[in-house]
Ligand binder design. Sequence first.
Ligand code: S3P
Length: 446
Amino acid sequence: MSDHPSQTGRILQVRPGGPLRGIATPPGDKSISHRAVIFGSLAEGTTRISHLLEGEDVRRTVAAFRTMGVDIQREADGTHIIQGVGLDGLLEPDDVLDLGNSGTGIRLLTGLLASRPFLSILTGDASLRGRPMGRVVTPLTRMGAQILGRDGNRRAPLVIRGTELIPIDYVSPVASAQVKSAILLAGINTPGETSVTEPALTRDHTERMLAAFGGTVQRDGLTVRVDCWPRLTGQTVAVPGDPSAAAFPLVAALLTPGSDLVLENVGVNPTRTGLLDLLEMMGAAIERFNLRESGGEPVADLRVTHAELRGITVPREVIPRAIDEFPVFFVAAALAEGATILTGAGELRVKESDRLAAMAQGLTHLGARVTETPDGLTIIGQPGGLNGGPADSWTDHRVAMSLLVAGQRCREPVTVTRCDNIDTSFPDFLPLMTGLGMDLGVGDAP
Ligand code: S3P
């Protein structure tokens, strides 16, 4: 943790607060928003996207496609209109494409651009440049892609000399929707059939959206197969609310006595509902109602009230379905009765930060009892509450929001440094949470 004021970035502070009550709508789903922009750009004709996440990550993807010649306009009501250029229509970008903090942006674009007949250079912020890119570069190179990067082609910036690829049947060693999607995006522009087999089912938004835009996607167990050169047609897409953003008010309400909250229009794709399952195992009752479809995805409204939680051993098979929610899940565990044990989650070390280390350190600073293991955490819960105090987010949006949620149940205010990246996924976090009753605002340097 940095004590240097110039390295504290944006500081937010929570004072232990009263119940969360009311109705809120989380921002558009980040994963689905990226894909809507990608497929809208590759389609023929017009795509209209409502409730697109206007966080920094998706803005970077929008900017990248604009640089490649795609006309993307935002209407006054927030609807985004894309004039698709077709699968062959992207232009060589005349500058480096900077994907900021976004692993989804850089990995999906690497797959897509590997087969385009031009040069592209992809980079991002310090966090993104430190994250592993070998997981997409290796299979794409087997398809014939020409990709150079730092550290033996394992880190961004990545330089892509697009070329015609050959299809593969790739058995991925890592459960990653970004890896799967990068190969599928390369596959749709490659003669023949390309398949990916994953070790566990990960979010299937690419498959759903490709099919919705007119592509052919076959699924056989854990294997997904795509055809080359589908003709994609522009669509109207209503992006569901992001369950990964909904997780913050949801856990805050669960942890705070007297809370009664409705979260509307939340995506409940089964590949994303692992957190709800884990919290239910811990004793939460989360009501799902108004189940419906939106943009080819299942959506529901969720009602959550305060509950006394019990620690659990996390079943390994749930991990890919809850992968982004572990930071806030650890907060719930730190305030539950008894021990919570997570193993087999080494992937958390290569997210926007090393989330096992960042959360172990942050929660320990607040007074929680946390032990870090190579691939997980063991947390002994303290249902009576934590102490509070200063903590650092490690520049990770979800670590920042999770530590702020913990502030609901601390005796002293919680001050979190380097919160700037909350804007990558949840630009309205502050007004949404304060609107529900949280005492959250801009803080002073600790
Ligand atoms: C995402 C996939 C996941 C997830 C990330 C978004 C996606 O990453 O953690 O926030 O949109 O495909 P991995 O593919 O690295 O598991």
